[in-house]
Design a protein. Structure first.
Lengths: 304, 512
């Protein structure tokens, strides 16, 4: 299957199952680099599942000095490393680039009594324990961090939040359609059809700006509703530790070329991802910030 | 009538010699890949999906349906012949099917599995075609409390039909539930029963447990008795199903379908619970219940039909709501997206051509599976003529390969051997495997549903009783426990007789 030079082949590790968010982003990037023959070699994609990405990350850290491996990571992996008690941090690897960010949304059933985010926050603050909210990730994941940070911002003690964890977007959708929970916190890509049809409604999005998808243009951001919170899930690419500056620059170069392609622009539009490309030291700083913020939230919740 | 016309249009579009060839290729490849233990339908689809790219939509959908059904059937083949279920939904097939195979009835077991799958798959697909949107609308209303109640029901029913010894049955059940507890606590992230071993944090893979208990445990048991017992030659047996086999199979097929389909159609229903329920139902209804555990054809026919009906039912939330409920469904969803099918509430009206072609393809793939695999069943069955040392060496090899294939993790091989030792021990002490494996599979599912129900109610126990369906099931559970006791009391001395019979069965079990 190799074309060209074996020594230019690259392995892309995906830290969760085929079909998940990391998988979509990682595979899309690989496909564009492969089709455009950016590296002059071939690509292999390997899904290593388990422990919210911790297994894949640990394995990658063990390949120190391996110049032919990359891993797709994101906010969920930052949280998992903490909640699974792993000592590793994303900055222990060689950060290459952040590829995208993706705002989340506050989703309610179509017949929910809450018409605006203010309605919901008011009811939520009145009795946070009685109002079950849910998300598609386990504690430490993006859908868990978002409601906790939102609660904190609007003056609810995150410890009082009644968060129900669902195994991904599918079960969360059923819970919302069946009105089993008052609100769901999640990325919106998986819910677009239901939103278009009015079976689910979005009260607010967590980005700095409104979302471009037709069904979402009318949904206000949290900041428009005077809630001072911007929450972005993000994904990026790392390489193993100790790969040398030259190779690091080379790999970043590949990702830059990928990022500048029309195909990537099309993928961003298709998945509703925000173009949020950072490389090198900017990305390192960003990772350090993220790490501090996640560990802070988890510490407040007594989960560390 | 419109629906019927649309389906015929779909069949018409799909029914050309060229398309049938693609379906045949799909079925064959799917079966061969599915036969590898540890590779269930989900993985078979993921591995083989790329070969459907580059074909035109109709052809790739047809080939894809062939691979799907082929992969499902391949899994039953290994369960029956080698006692190595490739996924949790074929565990029940292994229990009776392998016993049948040992009695020289492998061909019948394979045939009833194939025909049962066909019957269930066809009825299920037709139900999807006609009722998907209606069912989906109702299905989302069923929540965690009802699921918890249904799973509790299957535990109670299994305990009630434990057979030989209640005590041994409960020991098995609790060993199973304990294995199911291993891993990370869902809401606090605390590691449970992992003994500090990081590889256990994600829990124990059911395939590893099942293959260890069944295949490895049995190989050890056979090896330990190889010199003491005379070599039992597996009788050749008849190649096809006899009249009695048909008479005993058709009702379980239909009952299995009726039990499996609703579970598939419920988001988060899954295929495991219905296979257990179907097995229990068949055991309860069988005239000669004693044959269960020793190779009763009903115990293969029912669960296989339930498994396939649930697989068809899975298309209801997938097509009507865009919700993938199983690993297989997620891969199907990914594949359908590449064909330009965007599942969701409006799918049936937005893209009728593609959907009807897909449903027609499923029907054709299902039919072709039967046509191709039924004649092969006697050939597969010959595999058991291999002398025992070589046969079990082969089983050990495939079992290890299967356990490794799940995650490509060498640790799983070690774990497999541990469960092999457990499998040997439970055989030695006469602890039944059925409640044990039920505990491993249903335990974690029950925990998730119980947590969800209690989380939503903020810890109030009433959260388990706030759905009508759940209350109805609890009533059935109470009746299932109370009625037999009352009957026993009324009839007076009957229980003693039953106990005495049980006692002899038990001894047989142990000495075997």
């Amino acid at each position: 299957m190799t074309r060209g030079d074996d020594s230019r082949d690259i392995l892309m590790i995906i830290p969760n199952a085929a079909g998940g968010g990391y998988d979509q982003t990682g595979r899309e990037a690989v496909k564009i680099m492969k089709d455009g023959d950016v590296t002059g070699g071939d690509f292999t994609v390997d899904n290593i599942e388990g422990a919210g990405g911790t297994n894949a990350f640990t394995e990658m850290l063990g390949d120190a000095g391996d110049e032919h491996t990359m891993i797709t990571v994101g906010l969920g992996v930052v949280g998992s490393l903490y909640s699974f008690g792993n000592e590793g941090r994303l900055t222990d690897a060689t950060p290459l680039a952040q590829l995208i960010s993706e705002p989340e949304g506050v989703i309610v059933p179509g017949d929910s009594p809450y018409q605006t985010i203010d309605d919901f926050v008011e009811a939520w603050a009145a009795d946070p324990g009685e109002l079950a909210v849910g998300g598609g990730s386990s504690p430490g994941g993006p859908d868990h961090l978002f409601p906790m940070q939102l609660a904190d911002t609007v003056g609810i003690d995150p410890n009082d939040v009644n968060y129900v964890s669902y195994d991904g977007g599918g079960p969360l959708t059923s819970a919302l359609l069946g009105s089993k929970i008052a609100a769901g916190f999640s990325g919106l890509a998986e819910f677009e059809k239901q939103i278009e049809k009015g079976e689910l409604r979005v009260l607010a999005v967590s980005g700095e700006e409104r979302q471009p998808q037709p069904a979402l243009t009318d949904v206000p951001t949290l900041t428009e509703s005077d809630i001072d919170l911007v929450f972005l899930n993000w994904r990026g690419v790392l390489a193993p530790p100790d790969i040398g500056d030259e190779r690091r620059e080379e790999l970043i170069g590949y990702l830059e070329e990928m990022h500048d392609s029309e195909e990537w622009a099309a993928a961003l539009a298709q998945y509703g991802w925000t173009d949020d490309f950072k490389t090198g030291d900017d990305f390192v700083t960003f990772l350090e910030e993220q790490d501090a913020r996640v560990s802070g939230t988890l510490e407040d919740l007594g989960l560390l | 009538m419109d629906t019927l016309n649309l389906l015929f249009d779909g069949l018409g579009a799909a029914f050309t010699p060229e398309n049938l060839m693609y379906a045949a290729i799909g079925v064959l490849i799917g079966t061969f890949v599915g036969v590898l233990p540890g590779i269930g339908p989900a993985m078979a689809l993921a591995l083989l999906l790329p070969i459907t790219y580059g074909l035109e939509v109709t052809q790739s959908l047809i080939m894809f349906a062939g691979i799907y059904y082929g992969g499902m059937y391949g899994g039953s083949t290994t369960s029956i012949l080698l006692n190595t279920p490739g996924e949790s939904a074929s565990v029940m097939t292994a229990i009776e099917g392998n016993k049948m195979a040992k009695k020289g009835r492998a061909a019948q077991a394979l045939a009833t599995a194939a025909i049962g799958s066909f019957v269930a798959g066809t009825i299920g697909t037709l139900l999807v075609a006609f009722f998907a949107p209606t069912i989906a609308e109702q299905a989302v209303k069923i929540g965690a409390p009802s699921f918890f109640a249904i799973m509790l029901l299957s535990l109670v029913l299994v305990s009630a039909v434990l057979g030989a010894s209640r005590l041994r049955g409960f020991i098995g059940l609790f060993i199973g539930l304990t294995i199911g507890l291993v891993g990370l606590d869902l809401s606090t992230g605390q590691a449970r029963l992992t003994g500090g071993i990081t590889q256990l944090v994600d829990g124990v893979d059911i395939v590893v447990v099942a293959v260890g208990l069944f295949a490895i445990g049995e190989s050890l048991w056979i090896a330990a008795h190889l010199r003491r017992n005379p070599v039992e030659v597996v009788p050749v047996g008849r190649p096809f199903m006899g009249r009695e086999d048909w008479a005993r199979s058709w009702k379980p097929w239909l009952r299995g379908t009726a039990i499996g389909f609703p579970f598939g159609a419920l988001p988060a229903g899954g295929a495991e619970t219905p296979t257990f329920l179907s097995y229990i139902t068949e055991k309860k209804l069988a005239k000669n219940g004693d044959e269960f555990g020793h190779g009763a054809i009903e115990g293969v026919a029912g669960p296989e039909a339930a498994n396939n009906a649930s697989a068809a039912g899975m298309f209801v939330p997938l097509l009507a709501l865009g919700i993938p409920v199983t690993a297989t469904a997620s891969i199907l969803l990914a594949a359908m997206t590449t064909y330009g099918i965007v599942p969701g509430p409006t799918l049936m009206t937005d893209q009728p051509d593609l959907i009807w072609t897909l449903l027609a393809s499923l029907l054709i793939g299902n039919a072709l599976l039967l046509v191709i695999n039924l004649p092969l069943a006697p050939l597969w069955a010959k595999l058991l003529q291999i002398p025992r040392p070589q046969l079990y060496a082969g089983i050990l090899f495939f079992a290890s390969l299967g356990a490794y294939a799940v995650d490509q993790n060498p640790f799983d091989i070690a774990l497999l051997l541990v469960f092999g030792a457990v499998g040997f021990a439970v055989r030695r002490f006469g602890i039944p495997i059925l409640p044990l494996i039920l505990g491993v599979i249903i335990g974690p599912l029950m925990e998730v549903k119980m947590r969800e129900a209690l989380d939503i109610s903020n810890g109030k126990i009433s959260g388990l009783f706030n759905e009508g369906l759940a209350i109805g099931i609890y009533v059935i559970i109470v009746l299932a426990i109370v009625v037999p006791i009352v009957i026993d009391r009324v009839r007076g001395d009957r229980p003693l007789v039953a106990d005495a019979q049980d006692g002899t069965n038990e001894k047989e079990e142990v000495s075997r």
